[in-house]
Design a binder for this molecule. Structure first.
Ligand SMILES: Nc1nc2c(ncn2[C@@H]2O[C@H](COP(=O)(O)OP(=O)(O)OP(=O)(O)O)[C@@H](O)[C@H]2O)c(=O)[nH]1
Ligand SMILES: [Mg+2]
Length: 595
């Protein structure tokens, strides 16, 4: 295993999760999700990172958590065996985590990089109501009883997810813990927020023991049963299926028992210790912690990232707005330019093609005669054309149409961003962008795309017009064949004229008439062929504008909110990296976990 490699991964993943947590904390509705992200980041920093670094599997960490005034500090004293923690009637008294370790246990684990995230280690004892992002490690005289190589953590309460100050302090230690002792008092054991927290811990694969406190002696049975029915049955299944969560009850004890946990209180202490010892075997506990943490991170990866669902939905909505307005841009180009554009270059190509079909060399005289015979026909044709065809409407230039359509496009999305401003921060970000240079940079981008398009477009039209005649210019045999056909048609026309008129004067009328009809047929064929090419170039131009202008422009606009170091850029980066980093960490840990 490459050390710097996994350290980089751990810190990248932890900082991505921390960024997402911060992003959630700014949206009050996402306080619970923020807690979830904090737990995920803390699992990475406090459990997975030290394990990959080869940290020793002991001491095992036991964290005592629960609602305010539930009796956590009291339970800590029972675990340690002597009164060490400040149990205080004021609910919410304990404000930062304190670790209790016996004098013989090493405290090297607290030196690990990133340990407990933002919490600073106090170097001398302070009262447990010090309300700061700190933790302390207190040495206690060798505990009375079997709890040797264990660190017992007294934690602040869990009463609201939104308590941005001290809830993260609790979550840091909960993530570190190999065993969690969840304390709930008789009156408050089904409070919503602590129960949600319990659910999250179980979901994250923590080994949990529930201790219900302060009920009357007679109430222990019914309360345990009620808790199991109401709370435990609603717990989520963790990665290894439904966890066995043992539930103990410690009734309301007289002060004398509280003051002497390992003596007078031993009857209540021993069953608790037994449960903890089952789960705190160093050989299994740490691997279980890390294995379950990685299992949780990979299976809940999507759920964790769900916090960004509103952002992603807003980005999808933005993309949809861009796509539909892009469609309007394309439609406007088609209606205002393409449909009215004649591509006159194709008219030239058509007359050139007709000229080519005339006989060359010695046949020239015959062609001239035919041309002469068609004089009346041409005169009539010119007259009809003049009478029927309206002068072509002035077609607005292509660049002008494209630029106008682009301005309309920007106006439309700007109006949309203003209209949706209240729906999500993304729209505000876009509106603000329009006030600070988005129009200008989008226009620059459009001009660049337009120039690229114009260069290739001119070439494209010329090339398409050339193909009208180029094929025949190359294939002389084909051209000769077509000329032959035209000659045959003319000859047939003349023969038909004689057949119809005989050697009489009507033949003099039939000959120019039939010859003109034959020529009209040829012209029709040529027109058909050239019109096919003309409509092909229309479709081709539409495709080119779509590919070279509106498509890339739409991409640019779609991506704009996630560029320039914006929050959306970071969000996208984090969302992309997180699942990947989790998978890599899992691969790195796998061999050691199975060893
Ligand atoms: N008499 C008696 N008092 C108890 C018992 N359990 C807890 N208490 C008292 O209840 C109060 C709160 O207990 P703590 O252990 O401080 O509770 P906590 O969960 O640590 O509370 P915070 O740190 O304030 O969240 C303290 O005054 C304890 O002495 C008990 O079984 N009997
Ligand atoms: Mg306390």
């Amino acid at each position: 295993m490459d050390a710097p490699d996994h350290r980089q991964l751990v810190s990248l993943l932890a900082s991505d999760l921390a960024w997402l947590e911060d992003h959630c904390r700014r949206q009050s509705a996402l306080a619970r999700e923020a807690g979830q992200l904090r737990l995920a980041a803390a699992l990475v920093r406090n459990a997975v990172g030290p394990f990959l670094d080869g940290q020793s599997e002991s001491p095992v960490h036991v964290a005592v958590v629960g609602g305010a005034g539930a009796g956590k500090s009291t339970i800590v004293n029972f675990l340690v065996g002597i009164v060490v923690a400040d149990a205080n009637p004021q609910a919410g008294f304990t404000r930062h985590p304190t670790a209790y370790v016996s004098a013989t246990v090493s405290t090297g684990w607290s030196g690990h990089l990133g340990f407990l995230g933002p919490l600073r280690k106090l170097d001398h004892p302070e009262p447990s109501d010090l309300d700061q992002d700190v933790y302390q490690v207190r040495r206690v005289p060798s505990p009375a009883g079997p709890l040797g190589d264990v660190v017992v953590w007294d934690c602040p309460d869990m009463t609201t997810w939104a308590a941005s100050g001290y809830v993260p302090r609790l979550i840091e230690v909960a993530a570190l813990a190999d065993v969690i002792v969840y304390v709930a008092s008789d009156e408050r054991y089904n409070d919503e927020v602590p129960t949600q927290f319990l659910q999250l811990l179980v979901r994250a694969g923590k080994a949990v023991i529930v201790v219900l406190t302060k009920m009357g002696e007679m109430q222990t049975g019914p309360i345990v049963e009620h808790f199991e029915r109401e709370i435990l049955t609603r717990l989520p299944k963790d990665v290894s299926g439904r966890p066995a969560v043992p539930v103990l009850a410690i009734p309301y004890l007289p002060p004398a028992l509280l003051a002497d946990p390992s003596g007078k209180g031993a009857a209540h202490r021993i069953p608790l210790l037994n449960q903890v010892m089952v789960l705190a075997d160093p050989a299994a506990a740490r691997k279980r912690t890390v294995d379950h943490a990685l299992g949780y991170l990979s299976s809940a990866g999507g759920e964790i990232l769900d916090v960004a669902r509103q952002d992603l939905a807003a980005m999808d909505a933005w993309r949809d707005v861009i796509q539909s307005s892009r469609q309007q841009f394309d439609d406007r180009y088609r209606n205002e330019f393409l449909n009215g554009e004649g591509f006159r270059r194709f008219d030239e190509a058509r007359s050139h093609l007709l000229d080519m079909l005339e006989l060359p060399g010695a046949g020239r005289a015959f062609a001239m005669v035919m041309w002469g015979l068609r004089l009346p026909y041409r005169a009539v044709q010119n007259m009809v054309q003049k009478a029927l065809v309206r002068p072509p409407a002035v077609n607005v230039g292509e660049t002008q149409v494209l630029s106008g359509a682009f301005r309309a496009w920007l106006d439309q999305i700007r109006a949309e961003a203003i209209r949706r401003g209240e729906a999500h921060g993304l729209w505000k970000h876009i509106s603000a962008g329009f006030n600070s240079g988005l129009t200008e940079s989008a226009t620059d981008q459009f001009q660049t795309l337009l120039r690229g398009y114009q260069v290739s477009s001119a070439d494209e039209i010329e090339a398409a017009a050339r193909t009208v005649t180029a094929g025949l210019e190359k294939h002389r045999a084909g051209l000769a064949f077509l000329r032959g056909c035209k000659l045959v048609l003319d000859v047939i026309a003349i023969v038909l004229a004689f057949w119809a008129g005989g050697w009489d004067w009507p033949t003099l009328i039939y000959i120019p008439l039939f010859v003109s009809i034959a020529h009209q047929l040829v012209e029709l064929g040529v027109r058909q062929y050239v019109e096919g090419k003309r409509s092909a170039i229309r479709s081709r131009k539409m495709a080119m504008v779509s590919q070279a202008v509106s498509g890339p422009m739409a991409d640019w606009l779609t991506k704009w909110p996630a560029t320039g170091g914006s929050a959306y850029e970071k969000l996208q980066g984090a969302l992309r990296r997180v699942p990947d980093s989790i998978a890599q960490l899992k691969r790195l840990a796998e061999p050691r976990l199975r060893a």
